[in-house]
Design a binder for this molecule. Structure first.
Ligand code: EPU
Length: 420
């Protein structure tokens, strides 16, 4: 088993560039299934979720060639329509091959993803969107069998019990791009990753308007072609590094950042007394010695992202005063609370709300990250904890961060990966 050994680190310093967004590249890789032609995707992060999606595409008969930070995807007339359980179980985002397979092949067989450590994550909204377009579904031996005799445009409302769904919006948009006639998606997700997917589809020849707003209009076309596309910078990686600067009282310059994707995060960090200056395409983040408590509620974009909630909790564990964190996207995403408390934090949870009473210091302990963002939060807490923290659960961390420890070490953190 691998783990990170983190010693309490002084202020982080330096300049960092961001990787491409994991949550943008995954549906964009799936969108390549909508054409026979070659697509080239640039600024692809080398994370294990990308490898899993590449394995799914290869399993369908698609050629995927990986370069330094680029993928060339050549679907040709791929024969497959099945995403197997071993891969879907490893990554729920696998479900976003459903829409493209239905649109291109008229059928799909995708394993049901099953339970998830951050709480129940049903796929009813995906099925609602695709059914409205004319797909039928049945479940057999743990697989969703989807079929259609031809997708037709329609109006569909994609609101779920916790707001809009990012990947269900993506799935419906991808299927509608090749459906006959016009589709209107109401209560669509507005996340930057949905916009990036729409821009990729448009580059392939799709006719889409309104992406980035709650109403997306898609005029179906007969065929799509290959495209070249550069993935947006990862706003969650950016937020994680901003919090790393803040928690160590450091001074980091993050280049190639989209500050418009991070407005809610910048506001909350400023409210907590973190100094943030915006330049053209860059952000300078400087931590203060006395952080202030702030209340944070996660919401769909442009609200504070759930994928930064655990990291923000690690920061607020060390702020002066009491912060209340309310989780509106995944009411059960609190597995990191107990681990932070093992490091000396004072956090109590009731329902979807955590009360964080700031402490003056954290003490290192062996801890386990139960999911990707929980693992990141524990790494951040470890940077500030005396004397040493051991973070396990790196298979989760590696799903979404490119060499996080290496980048932190470059900025002066005392962190190394060891294999037991
Ligand atoms: N939901 C339903 N039914 C559905 C789909 C979603 O009830 O059919 C619920 C979910 O259970 C959740 C809420 O709706 O309570 C929002 O989930 P959403 O569908 O938006 O999540 P997702 O599209 O499956 C993506 C990201 C997640 C991120 C969420 C929210 C990817 C690959 N994943 O998931 O990223 O938390 O949007 O922003 O894009 C992560 O990177 O750590 C991560 C979990």
């Amino acid at each position: 088993m691998e783990k990170l050994i983190i010693e309490r680190s002084g202020p982080l310093h330096g300049t960092m560039a961001l990787n491409g967004a994991k949550n943008a590249v995954l549906p964009i890789m799936a969108a390549c299934l909508l054409t026979e032609e070659e697509s080239v995707i640039e600024r692809v992060p080398r994370v294990t979720d990308v490898l899993t999606m590449a394995a799914i595409l290869r399993g369908l008969g698609v050629e995927v060639v990986a370069g330094e930070d680029q993928l060339t995807i050549r679907p040709g007339s791929y024969p497959g329509a099945m995403a197997p359980y071993e891969l879907v179980r490893a990554m729920r985002a696998s479900v976003c091959v459903l829409g493209p397979l239905l649109a291109k092949r008229g059928e799909a067989r995708v394993a049901l993803p099953g339970g998830c450590v951050i709480g129940p994550r049903p796929i009813d909204v995906h099925l609602r969107g695709l059914s409205a377009l004319g797909a039928t579904f049945s479940v057999e031996q743990g697989y969703i069998l989807a079929a259609t005799s031809g997708l037709r445009g329609t109006t569909v409302d994609l609101a779920g019990s916790h707001g809009s769904s990012v990947l269900a919006t993506g799935n419906t948009m991808m299927a509608a791009a090749l459906a006959q006639g016009r589709t209107v998606i109401e209560q669509a997700a507005c996340e930057p990753e949905v916009v990036d997917l729409a821009n990729f589809l448009i580059a392939m020849g799709a006719r889409i308007e309104g992406h980035g707003t709650p109403v997306i209009r898609i005029e179906g076309v007969k065929r799509l072609g290959g495209a070249r596309h550069r993935i947006i910078p990862d706003r969650i990686e950016a937020g994680t590094l901003m919090i790393a600067a803040a928690i160590t009282g450091g001074d980091l310059l993050l280049e190639g950042i989209r500050a418009d994707h991070l407005a809610a995060v910048i506001d909350k960090l400023r409210e907590a007394d973190v100094r943030i200056e915006q330049f053209n395409g860059a952000l300078r983040v400087r931590g203060a010695s006395g952080l202030r408590a702030v209340d944070v509620t996660t919401r769909p974009f442009p609200g504070f992202p759930t994928d930064l909630q655990p990291q923000m909790m690690a920061l607020l564990a060390l702020a002066q005063g009491t912060s209340v964190i309310t989780e509106r996207i995944y009411p059960e995403r609190f597995m990191h609370v107990e681990e932070l408390n093992r490091m000396g934090a004072d956090i109590s949870r009731e329902g979807n709300r955590a009360t964080v009473r700031g402490v003056s210091s954290l003490s290192g302990a062996p801890v386990i990250g139960s999911d990707l963002r929980a693992a990141a939060a524990l790494v951040l807490a470890g940077l500030a904890a005396k004397p040493q923290t051991e973070v396990g659960g790196l298979d989760h961390l590696d799903r979404g961060y490119v060499n996080l420890e290496g980048r932190l070490a470059q900025a002066g953190a005392r962190v190394r990966r060891v294999t037991e």
